[in-house]
Write a protein that binds this ligand. Structure first.
Ligand SMILES: [Fe+2]
Length: 412
């Protein structure tokens, strides 16, 4: 099990973990060289170089022994007391088409807003809220469709997709914890607009692939306040949106920016955006890095509890998205591969899947199986998540008809 800690907590013998999360290797304050810490002198050197945090592997304990990082969130969500309510949902197949339209409409609005800001125009709150109605509607009917689209959504450049993914994931989580319809709208708009301040920062820094210098990172750290300044030029942006945008990089333990707020001093919307932002950044496939599998990303986020996130809230987030979020490719006990269509909040290991590939990764006629029904024929079980990129599997056609696929592009 991994855990994010302050370098002040480092001790000889601890193992620094190699994370495949390139998104953090850019950060100047995260120590990420894998290996065992030899002695105090090494810790002093790490501290002297100005590193502040690192990820370590926790020694096995009776509580977590024998469990892989992928299994731990499952244990975690199973021990949670009392589930937030989850309304009856419409079947995935009846909702996916509306979800796709809603996602596309919200994406178009995101582009308009970013363009407006670049042109010096005010942000249009009313039309942004209206463009999110479809996303909220489908999140309430069947949140799997929206999560699935956000996972498959190399629809456009990362900037646009990421904004709308953060909005969609935040709304799904907000619906899960019982926010009102009006709150979901403001939360969604906050997600859509959370990184608007990046338009005020040089593209050279925003798109830099290597580690940022400290002064470059100081520039990046200004984007929440820049975003706030941009939004304050419009009269009708709700205070909850302004706060969420300003606070989406604050961290539970006070090490975030711009203000170093802690715990409940960070608004609820700010805390939700922060989790959605990290989850989408980890699981998005950009031209220079591969996406981390959803279950791995959730395990990493669990390792950030008490540091970046409130432990209870990140547990709820994991529970909401499920161990195998829809859109995940999974390997089955038969050797065949399936894609997760509908998560099962009560039984996270038993979602509805579509079996699509045989053990040699050859396509087979798609067969929908509900793993929660004991009598599903073959007692199918999920063995592990598989990486679509590694296996060169394109999952998009299984969710969306070919003719509807928008052009893919990547502008960074
Ligand atoms: Fe941001």
């Amino acid at each position: 099990m991994i855990k994010k800690i302050s370098v002040d907590e480092l001790a000889p013998g601890m193992e620094i973990v190699q994370l495949s999360a390139d998104v953090w290797h850019q950060l100047p304050y995260l120590y990420a060289k894998p290996g065992i810490i030899k002695d105090e002198a090494e810790i002093r050197r790490i501290r002297a170089k100005g590193f502040l945090q690192t990820f370590i592997r926790l020694a096995p304990s009776p509580e977590n022994e024998g469990l892989s990082d992928e299994e731990r969130p499952e244990k975690l969500v199973n021990i949670r007391e009392g589930d937030p309510r989850r309304k009856p949902r419409k079947p995935f197949a009846q909702t996916i088409e509306n979800a796709r339209k809603a996602y596309t409409e919200a994406l178009a609005q995101t582009k308009r807003i970013i363009n407006d800001v670049k042109m010096g125009r005010q942000v249009d709150y009313i039309s942004s809220a209206a463009a999110l109605e479809g996303v909220i509607e489908t999140a309430m009917q069947n949140s799997d469709t929206i999560i699935c689209l956000s996972k498959l959504s190399r629809y456009d450049s990362y900037t646009y997709s990421h904004s709308i993914n953060v909005a969609a994931i935040s709304v799904v989580f907000g619906e899960y914890i019982g926010l009102s319809r009006a709150e979901l709208t403001t939360l969604g708009v906050a997600g859509m607009m959370h990184d608007l301040g990046k338009t005020a920062i040089s593209n050279r820094i925003i798109n830099k692939r290597g580690r940022l210098t400290r002064s470059e990172f100081e520039q990046i750290k200004k984007h929440p306040v820049y975003g706030l300044n941009i939004l304050q030029k419009s009269d009708d942006i709700p205070m909850s949106v302004l706060r969420a945008v300003e606070e989406h990089h604050e961290k539970y333990n006070g090490t975030g920016y711009p203000h170093g707020l802690t715990k409940d001093d960070i608004s609820v919307f700010g805390r939700i955006l922060s989790m959605a932002d990290v989850y989408d950044a980890l699981t998005s496939d950009r031209s220079y890095k591969h996406a981390i599998l959803p279950n791995k990303a959730l395990a990493i986020m669990y390792g950030m509890r008490d540091q970046d996130f409130c432990a209870r809230e990140v547990q709820m987030f994991i529970k909401c998205l499920g161990i195998f979020p829809s859109g995940s490719l999974v390997r089955l006990n038969t050797g065949d591969y399936g894609v997760v269509f509908e998560s099962n909040p009560e039984k996270p290991l038993l979602p509805k899947i579509k079996v699509i590939l045989d053990e040699d990764l050859h396509p087979i006629p798609a067969q929908l199986v509900d793993l929660a029904i004991p009598d599903n024929g073959n007692a199918l079980k999920i063995m592990e998540c598989a990486d679509p990129a590694q296996h060169k599997v394109n999952l998009r056609p299984y969710f969306i008809a070919h003719k509807d696929l928008p052009q893919q592009e990547e502008k960074g």
